[in-house]
Design a protein around this ligand. Structure first.
Ligand code: AMP
Ligand code: ZN
Length: 484
């Protein structure tokens, strides 16, 4: 079976074929390290973690690069405002590099707790200043960059005539005339040939701390440059997959694409697949510190296991609009507990003579792969895995060897979704899981009644559960319950 991925370059799902047989090279835009990782960042990184795991499972040798932005990202997307790292360092009375060092340590710790596979390279922008300066020189000598008063700009109009810009997301430069990308300061209007031109190198003001010498000025790189430079350096001029959040569809990724083509003087597309992960809302709104709906991963890890958070991420599709709330984590905890209960039951069961679980093993392998091949449909894969887990529970009279095979498959597929499913990881001893098992048993019976058209009895079960404080909702993904 072949994996299909939604490619923003062509606006359609396409069959994935690697450039070099058996190998996949991925670049994912990573964290700007001035602040802690929040739940939205982690949701996007989890999507690329699943992509990485799934490609390996399909037999590819994966090389995955995720950058760490430790300089040059301004508070405003239009190359204006304060440097975010400097601003945060000032607030916390730290040297910028002291802040970055501490934040990088925290980032790795939290990524580990979230069971994200380590990437092959996490290049940092500050470690690639020479490469970036060389790239700007190449862009200028290839005719796509010009310098004004110590700042170097990319000549978008010239590039657009030859190579189609912005291209990603199906947009054209005309779409941008009136939309995003047009807002510039008076100073810049004077300097730039066109309002769409973006900075490759920015001359630093005297008070700017993080700055480096260059042929044009004491300054720092524009915020798109590092990804082009570090991607080409570690993955080559052309590579398979580039991923990021939907906010990167414009301007970050079209600018990266333009820089890559300009600095390497190439007509070919530098990346075959551009993938974008939708942003999650939190409690129905865009996440923001002022609204009080801002959850960092370190806050959440105080209350929930990293594995519960991963169960939530795997239950939503990377391209769908989804909402996060603490209740959704409670829901995820129940799903995760179900897997652990099945694993415990298999471990303690003596088995019997049954063999019918063998068919279910074949079924789950097929269904899981089918779901994942369809642009990583993790919510469907997850619901199939829950169904499989229930089937195992009902068939504990199968031969012990078959039960063990089922256990291994459950673990193997669950781990592709980022779960740990390790023995003894989650204790199940406070009695609440017995109650959950009874509730789920009743819900299963109600589903069977509904399938047979016995709606009155099904409704009665729902009403009686409500009296007992269990609220049941029928959703597209099946019934969901919570305690009222
Ligand atoms: P940043 O550090 O702001 O550059 O963000 C790092 C990554 O997190 C980028 O790929 C963003 O698109 C992604 N991201 C930021 N906010 C959210 C969100 N609410 N939901 C999903 N991804 C997000
Ligand atoms: Zn990037």
């Amino acid at each position: 079976m072949t994996l299909k991925l939604y490619n923003t370059l062509t606006n359609q799902k396409e069959e994935f074929q690697p450039i070099e047989e058996g190998k996949v090279k991925i670049y994912s835009c990573g964290q700007t390290i001035y602040d802690d990782m929040h739940v939205g960042n982690a949701k996007t990184y989890a999507a690329w973690d699943i992509l990485h795991r799934y490609l390996e499972w399909k037999g590819y040798d994966v090389f995955h690069v995720m950058n760490i932005t430790d300089v040059g990202h301004l508070t405003d997307d239009e190359d204006e405002g304060e440097d975010k790292v400097e601003k945060a360092a000032k607030e916390r009375k730290l040297e910028p590099m002291e802040l970055v060092t501490e934040q990088v340590r925290r980032w790795y710790k939290e990524m580990d707790e979230l069971n994200m596979k380590r990437h092959n390279v996490n290049p940092r922008a500050t470690g690639h200043m020479i490469d970036m300066i060389e790239a700007v020189k190449d862009i200028i000598s290839n005719g796509y960059g010009y310098e004004k008063n110590g700042t170097v700009y990319f000549d978008v109009k010239k590039f657009e005539k030859e190579h189609d810009y912005p291209k990603l997301g199906g947009r054209t430069i005309e779409d941008l005339e009136t939309g995003a990308g047009g807002r510039v300061s008076d100073e810049e209007v004077e300097e730039k040939k066109s309002p769409h031109d973006f900075a490759l190198w920015i001359k630093a003001s005297p008070e700017h701390i993080m700055k480096w010498p260059s042929p044009w000025s004491m300054g720092y790189p524009g915020w798109h440059l590092e990804c082009s430079v570090m991607g080409s350096k570690y993955l080559g001029k052309k590579f398979d997959i580039h991923s990021g959040g939907v906010d990167h569809i414009f301007p970050h990724h079209p600018n990266e694409r333009a820089q890559n083509m300009a600095m390497n003087d190439m007509d070919q597309e530098p990346v075959n697949f551009w993938l974008h992960s939708e942003h999650i809302t939190v409690e129905g709104e865009k996440m923001s510190k002022s609204k009080g709906n801002f959850y960092t991963i370190s806050d959440l890890l105080e209350e929930f296991d990293g594995e519960v958070i991963r169960t939530f991420f795997a239950s939503i599709h990377y391209r769908s609009q989804s909402d996060f709330s603490l209740e959704s984590l409670e829901e995820s905890e129940k799903k995760l507990d179900r897997f652990y209960r099945t694993l415990n039951e298999v471990r303690t069961s003596e088995g019997g003579d049954g063999t019918d679980l063998k068919e279910d093993i074949k079924w789950i392998k097929k269904e899981f792969e089918k779901a994942m091949d369809d642009d990583l449909n993790t919510p469907l894969a997850m619901s199939k895995l829950i169904e499989f887990s229930k089937k195992i529970n009902k068939k504990l009279d199968n031969k012990k060897s078959i039960l063990e095979e089922a256990e291994e498959i459950l673990k193997e597929l669950g781990r592709l979704l980022g779960l740990r499913l390790e023995e003894g990881q989650r204790s199940t001893s406070d009695g609440s899981e017995d109650r959950e098992e009874f509730v789920e048993l009743l819900i299963d019976i109600r589903e069977e009644l509904r399938e047979k058209g016995e709606y009155d009895t099904a409704d009665e079960i729902r009403d009686r559960l409500k009296e007992l404080g269990v609220v049941l909702e029928d959703t597209e993904e099946g019934p969901r319950w919570r305690l009222s």
